[in-house]
Every structure is written in C-alpha cells, then in structure tokens.
Design a protein around this ligand. Structure first.
Ligand SMILES: [Cu+2]
Length: 136
C-alpha cells in the first residue's frame, strides 16, 4: 500500500510546487486581464529575419525570441529609434517591449504581451529587419 501512495504524493507535491513557482507575478484576480492558460511562443532570429515574421497570440502570452544567427540581434518595438509604439512604459528607451541590448547567438529573450493590438517591431542592431506580433 505504501508503494502505491508514495508516487501519488510525489506527483501532488510537484504540481503544488509548479503552481507556486509560476512566472506569472500578477496577483490581480480579475481573469479578464490574464488568460487562464498563457502560452509561450517562439520567434527565431535568423540571417533571413524574424521567423515567423508575423505571429498571432493572446494577451498574456509570452514570446521567446531565440537567436539562431551568428550575430547579435535586439528585438524592440517600432519605431526605430524611439521604440515607443508598444504602449507599456518601462524598458530602456520608449517602451518595455525592448531587449535593450543584443541577444547573443544561441541566447534568447522573452517578453509577455499584455496589450491588445498589432505591434510592429524590428531588430535595433539591424533596423531593416522587421516583424509583427498581433495580440488578440
Ligand atoms: Cu531601434
């Protein structure tokens, strides 16, 4: 009997720990602000540009920008050089949607999109490289 109970206890403990260490630090209980099941999406930064170039997500989802290139890239809100289109204050120049420095090859940078809209962005280190995140 003890052998049968122990694995269940371990699973329950892992679920409890995972719930407590969730990266969602929003303590607001208003469920209209955050989706119940936030997703994590990947945008690759390649020699050919951002891939996918356009991505549709829900408010509260995370986009992980992964550098698959051999040079640094810095994803940041349009428009270069003010970076102020995405309407969330913070970050280093004009909005919080800004990696603020080059993401090295093999590294990544994540951002949680909370504002609904169609948000154009670029690579600040290669300003002719563009993408769009559409937040619904
Ligand atoms: Cu820029």
């Amino acid at each position: 009997m003890r052998i049968a109970i122990t694995p269940l206890f371990v699973v329950a403990t892992i679920v409890l720990i995972a719930g407590c260490t969730s990266p969602n630090t929003n303590t607001n209980t208003d469920t209209t602000i955050q989706p119940s099941n936030p997703q994590i999406y990947t945008v690759e930064m390649t020699p050919a540009g951002f891939s996918p170039g356009s991505l549709v997500i829900k408010a509260g989802d995370t986009v992980n920008f992964v550098n698959k290139d051999t040079i640094p890239h810095q994803p940041a809100s349009a428009a270069h050089p003010t970076h102020a289109v995405y309407p969330e204050p913070g970050g280093c120049v004009g909005s919080k949607f800004d990696a603020c420095s080059g993401v090295a090859p093999g590294q990544s940078w994540s951002f949680v999109f909370t504002k609904v809209g169609s948000w154009k962005y670029h690579d600040h280190l290669n300003p002719n490289m563009f993408g769009t995140i559409i937040v619904e």
